[in-house]
Design a protein. Structure first.
Length: 437
């Protein structure tokens, strides 16, 4: 029998693979192609190359932390233990910002997809309805949520492989070479957020560590298999999309406006928009959006739950549902914040703020790993990152460069992000100075 504020262990290794890939896979379906407008094929490719290195080295480093400290707070718990409660708060709040602000952008994309087939239903209505449905599923139980996530993730992966199978026979190298660096070398830095969008939120696997059966073995499998799958899908999707007709063809609609749906645009050049295969692939493509939307809601609930459990946020967030043993309060509050963000209509800005949160989490987590090795050399580590300290140092360096580049190119949004962090930190110090653990 679980304690009143402990989560139930039900997740298998395959479920964690489904969660890891599912958190991220919507990034293959929309948004990343806008980086081509910033950097061209070569600019986004170079940015993505370094971001892949960052995520591979980060994932293996984060796995060491997740196996040694299998707690629902993820990066918050690691930073809190290694660097103290102030840095723990920064890591946890950054993680909350990442996980709470990413779903509204995906919800809007889900609404836009459905609106193509049911134009009489407003996009916002569909998006809000999606929030309610998937929050309810997560409250009902993590095992049911993870099984659902696994099924739709398998569909989403299959759709990407089918897309590559259809488009690669039409690949031409000259399409990759055409206007490859339109804005010069600075385009590489401007494309960084869109390269990160390919992999954003994979670290959410760590947030279900408390609900994994044999977490030390299960999490290693979940992280390792997920990052391998995602790197392959990223490269396949990038090359097969751009190789059809060049990067402009998957950025600009026929009317000249930008689109965040590269796969339909690429398919339109191959089979035409009236073809049955086109409609099949577009319909199945919805699974990719749903997988990430649902999965990040799940991870966000655990992150906010841990914040409440240690009194870094209102304590009611740290309570679990007496019947379902899920963090229902945290899930409902996150839904409310997400819907408010959704109503602003500023999806691209919301994505950027989410990426700022992710990079902050990566930076603080890698510093925590390095510090824990010194501070607690005898801590039981069922998995140790290979080539230490090279892996965490490489991940840290690329994350810092990416954060600085994003700040330069998104100054106003960086200010908004720091204001959110500062206000929340100030509120913690003012309202809960003696209660935070």
């Amino acid at each position: 029998m679980s304690a009143p504020n402990e989560l139930k262990r039900t997740l298998t290794p395959l479920m964690l693979w489904g969660l890891g890939v599912g958190y991220v896979i919507s990034g293959m379906y929309f948004g990343w192609n806008l980086g081509l407008e910033k950097g061209g094929t070569l600019g986004l490719a170079i940015a993505t190359f370094f971001i892949i290195i960052m995520y591979v080295t980060f994932t293996f480093s984060y796995t060491e932390l997740a196996c040694a400290i299998p707690k629902a707070g993820g990066g918050f718990d690691y930073a809190n233990r290694a660097l103290g409660k102030d840095w723990g708060f920064v890591a946890g709040m950054a993680q909350n910002i990442e996980f709470i602000f990413a779903p509204p952008a995906i919800a809007f994309a889900i609404g836009a997809y459905f609106n193509l087939f049911f134009p009489t239903i407003p996009i916002l209505v569909i998006a809000i309805f999606s929030y309610v449905v998937f929050t309810a599923l997560n409250i009902y139980g993590v095992k049911a949520a993870a099984i659902f996530e696994l099924v739709i993730t398998l569909f989403a992966v299959g759709e990407l492989l089918l897309f590559a199978g259809v488009s690669l026979p039409h690949f031409e190298l000259k399409n990759l070479q055409h206007n490859a660096l339109p804005n010069g070398w600075q385009g590489i830095f401007a494309a960084i957020p869109f390269a990160i969008w390919f992999f954003l939120a994979i670290e959410g696997v760590a947030n279900v560590a408390e609900e994994a059966i044999n977490p030390r073995r299960t999490i290693l499998f979940g992280f390792g298999s997920a990052i391998g799958t995602l790197v392959i899908l990223c490269v396949l999707t990038f090359i097969s999309s751009v190789g059809v007709a060049g990067w402009e063809a998957i950025v600009y609609k026929p009317d000249g406006t930008t689109s965040d749906s590269p796969l339909p645009l690429a398919l339109g050049h191959i089979v035409g928009s009236n073809n049955l295969l086109y409609h099949l692939l577009i319909t199945v493509g919805l699974f990719g959006l749903v997988a990430s939307f649902h999965g990040i809601i799940l991870a966000a609930g655990r992150s906010s739950f841990e914040f409440g459990r240690v009194k870094f946020a209102p304590a009611f967030l740290g309570k679990i549902h007496p019947k379902f043993q899920t963090p229902s309060n945290a899930l409902l509050v996150n839904m409310g914040i997400g819907i408010i963000a959704l109503l602003t209509g500023k999806t691209s800005e919301i994505i950027t703020i989410s990426v700022f949160g992710a990079l902050t989490l990566y930076i603080v987590s890698m510093i925590a790993l390095l510090q824990l090795r010194k501070k607690e050399p005898n801590l039981e580590r069922p998995f140790k990152v290979p080539l230490y300290p090279a892996f965490p140092v490489i991940a840290l360096a690329i994350a810092v460069v990416s954060f600085v580049a994003m700040t330069i190119y998104n100054g106003k949004l960086a200010l908004v992000y720091f204001l959110i962090l500062g206000i929340c930190y100030g509120a913690l110090k003012f309202f809960k100075p003696k209660h935070a653990k």
